[in-house]
Design a protein around this ligand. Structure first.
Ligand code: TXA
Ligand code: MG
Length: 353
């Protein structure tokens, strides 16, 4: 244990865009900004997931992020800014028209853009790449924190590398207690899945990671269907280094099932009679008595992918308990945030039935 990690909660009534002035006066945010300016790491809420922030321009501060998370050194970080004016010093050359278009449509919000980096950005932050990932979060606490420390903040999700991303302060504490000095508790993250990452260096943009902005919305603004990079083998060079690692995985094996195949589901459960308990996350299921001990938790109506995204990582974390031997989760249609949710589940899952 390096630190006695403290968790400081922000009054929920203050967390809205009209209260920026009051938030700037918050003692816990001022303390967080001081720590960040001194080269420390601090966990804070964003609209997507909790981030583990450090001064993006200070290599020693950035190193602390990799250490606390146990993150592979070749996986670059996203830099978070509070105002569009902060973009220019971090990128090489001028922002393109397509960049302007995307930023005016989606910032502040869950869209990360990849551009060529300027010499201001140290190689530690971008894992040696010539490009840099940039995002302007909309969460008032994140924005005020960046403003107070007057530094761009490098911030990956504030989980142990490989585990589901944190959407509540308690999730961060569970993973990083003793490894970081401070967690700012701003309540549950509204979106619940990470930002959409797009490479906008080429004329035609490329989606590197589906996320909080659904593909349909990007399509509407761009006027065409953007390309999408797939996953890569262990020794290949991926477009986004994060694509090659296993992610979002609870320790308990996770299995995806199709609710239209209820016979296979019942047969699968029958085969697992020896299990202590099977935890099933679904909208609705049709299971005829398999003689296996199971518990059902409702994810929400399957058409409401915004709500399911908001709950997803909390559900996966709460299912990951000693008393459960297996977690089953219902497959969702790939519309809206359904595509993002299924991207995370396929990375996390051990199998599909
Ligand atoms: O919503 C989010 O994006 C959250 C919150 C905290 O902002 N952050 C987040 O960071 O999800 P992280 O580090 O968990 O995921 C960042 C992803 C990784 O897959 C990484 O490889 C990719 O972005 N990435 C970062 N810089 C990149 C670059 N220069 N080129 C390609 N991919 C990059
Ligand atoms: Mg992450």
């Amino acid at each position: 244990m390096l630190y006695n990690t403290s968790v400081e909660a922000i009054n929920r009534d203050l967390i809205n865009a009209e209260n920026i002035k009051a938030l700037l006066e918050e003692p816990s945010l001022q303390k967080a900004a001081e720590l960040l300016r001194a080269g420390e790491v601090v966990a804070f809420p964003t609209e997507t997931v909790y981030g583990l922030g450090a001064d993006a321009l200070n290599p020693r501060a950035v190193e602390r992020i990799f250490q606390a998370k146990g993150r592979p050194r070749d996986n670059p970080l996203i830099i978070h800014i509070a105002d569009k004016e902060e973009l220019q010093e971090l990128i090489k050359g001028e922002l393109s028209c397509r960049g302007e278009k995307l930023i005016s449509a989606f910032w502040p919000g869950p869209l990360t853009i990849i551009l060529e980096k300027s010499s201001e950005v140290p190689p530690e932050t971008t894992a040696g790449l010539d490009s840099v990932a940039l995002r302007m979060p909309s969460h008032p606490v994140a924005r005020v924190l960046i403003k107070l420390c007057r530094r761009p903040l490098a911030a990956p999700s504030a989980n142990s590398s490989g585990y589901p991303s944190p959407t509540r302060a308690r999730h961060v504490l569970n993973d990083l207690e003793g490894k970081i000095p401070l967690i700012i508790d701003g309540g549950p993250c509204p979106v619940g899945v990470e930002s959409t990452v797009v490479d906008i260096r080429d004329e035609e943009i490329n989606i590197l990671r589906p996320g909080g902005i659904p593909e349909e919305e990007l399509e509407r603004v761009l006027g065409y269907t953007p390309r999408q990079s797939g996953t890569v083998g262990k020794d290949e060079t991926p477009a986004s280094p994060g694509l090659k690692y296993r992610h979002y995985s609870p320790t308990t094996p996770l299995i995806i099932y199709n609710r239209n195949h209820s016979k296979q589901l019942t047969a699968f459960l029958k085969q697992h009679r020896d299990k202590k308990k099977v935890f099933i996350i679904c909208d609705e299921t049709d299971i005829s008595d398999p003689g296996t001990n199971f518990e059902i938790v409702r994810m929400g109506p399957r058409a409401d992918t915004d709500l399911i995204a908001h709950r997803l990582f909390h559900l996966l974390r709460s299912a990951d308990k000693e008393e459960n031997d297996l977690i089953l989760i219902e497959k969702l249609p790939a519309a809206g945030l359904g595509k993002t949710i299924m991207n995370r589940l396929y990375k996390a899952a051990a199998d599909e039935i």
